[in-house]
Design a protein around this ligand. Structure first.
Ligand code: UD1
Length: 385
């Protein structure tokens, strides 16, 4: 899309949207790189889907993310309530701010809500982490991914499967770029600092081997029977290796406060640096998160994914990830296999810490920018709410 407007020689205002925890790790390296570009003026919007220190504030400080220019403070709600509230508030903001394009990341409700509003206001939408498919439409994120990709103008892809999926769905190749993985940029940027965290001392972890658990998918934690199966499998594994479990608020609500969980130690949610430190030093990660499948692949840490599918097949085909399913027997089977035959993996192409560089190059090429900012544009005040 060549920019032929009279504003061509002014930097393009790019509205960059974050809402939930995994968005912060993808946007931080991109915003930092965009700030160096003379072609774009990034404006950071936080929808407030995740809020408070544990789920949001700690990530902004750990990742050295600038305070958002606009905070929509939507908070929690049902899918319809949350998505609708984000749409109402961001529509107003987009009309006032008139960005040249909107960047959305990942697959959370904030992603689809802001993509929908922008596309109806005829503002170009850029989707970072486009094309991933679990082919499981019972996952809310899969619906968010399909809808967002269908209405996005430029689709920035983390792995080859994303490219294939989009081409099969009829997206023209001219709108797709394989740029690599911003979450791995973030990991490269912060790993040294993370390894200096004192979290191991605070938790009293010495030289012994340990594993790490994260669980928050509605399909795993909202049904008591399903959650119980997972807890039983994890309890059995913890008899062989102690497990640390930072508990997401959704999962906390499903746990029995009086329950006992073998050698599983429950923790409050951790910030980015503390969690990355534990992950890098662990011998095993058990998770239903998408991003953690990628981070363990980059770190070479064995990962058992407690799901029946993944939208990130490169972590299995190339990385250290194993799909362990969600039944007690399949999980224990995968654990025994892993214990007896520990595998190794390699890091997928372009997960090299330079994804932000390639994202900005793709944006400059696509929007035909690459120009000096006018004094007027530089002087225009940014409103903080
Ligand atoms: C959301 C994303 C999911 C992502 C996950 C990462 C969607 C549909 N889901 O799931 O893809 O993997 O974030 O964490 O967008 N809550 C708090 N504090 C918070 C946020 C939530 O206590 O800061 C509680 C609330 O009770 C809320 C529940 O957690 O109802 C679920 O939060 P929500 O944002 O709806 O979904 P997540 O499960 O966090």
């Amino acid at each position: 899309m060549k920019n032929t407007s009279p504003d061509f020689h002014r930097p393009m205002k790019l509205m960059c949207v974050v809402g939930a925890r995994p968005n912060f790790m993808k946007m931080a390296p991109l915003i930092a790189r965009l700030r160096l570009s003379r072609a774009f003026t990034p404006v950071l919007v936080h929808t407030g889907q995740h809020y408070g220190r544990e789920m949001s504030g700690q990530f902004f400080s750990d990742l050295q993310l600038p305070a958002p220019d606009f905070h929509l403070a939507v908070g929690s709600g049902s899918h319809a309530q949350q998505t609708a509230e984000i749409m109402l508030r961001v529509e107003q903001l987009m009309i006032e701010q008139r960005p040249g394009a909107v960047i959305v990341v990942g697959d959370v409700n904030s992603t689809v809500a802001c993509a929908l509003v922008a596309s109806k206001l005829q503002i170009p939408v850029v989707h970072v982490e486009a094309g991933l498919r679990s082919f499981d439409r019972s996952m809310p994120e899969e619906i968010n991914r399909i809808v967002t990709d269908a209405i996005s103008d430029l689709l920035l892809v983390t792995e080859e499967s994303g490219q294939r999926n989009l081409l099969r769905e009829g997206v023209p190749a001219t709108r797709i770029r394989l740029v690599g993985n911003l979450m791995i940029d973030c990991l490269h940027l912060h790993l040294d600092r993370a390894l200096r965290s004192d979290v191991m001392d605070r938790l009293g972890i010495g030289e012994e081997k340990f594993g790490l658990i994260t669980l928050h998918r509605p399909a795993n934690v909202d049904s008591p029977d399903q959650f119980q199966q997972l807890l039983e499998a994890l309890g059995t594994i913890s008899e062989e290796i102690p497990l640390y479990f930072p508990v997401h608020p959704r999962t906390r609500a499903a746990l029995d406060p009086a329950g006992s969980y073998a050698r599983i130690r429950l923790l409050e949610p951790l910030g980015y640096l503390d969690f990355l430190c534990l992950m890098a030093k662990s011998s095993l990660v058990l998770t239903d998160s998408g991003g953690i499948q990628e981070e363990t692949t980059a770190l070479g840490i064995p990962c058992l994914t407690l799901r029946d599918n993944t939208e990130r097949p490169s972590t299995i085909e190339q990385g250290t990830n194993i799909l362990a399913g969600t039944n007690k027997s399949t999980i224990l089977h995968a654990w025994r296999e892993l214990r007896e035959r520990p595998g190794s993996g390699r890091v997928p192409p372009y997960w090299d810490g330079n994804a932000a560089e390639r994202c900005v190059a793709a944006l400059e090429e696509y929007f035909g920018t690459g120009c000096l900012p006018s004094a007027e544009e530089r002087a225009s005040p940014t409103t903080f709410t």
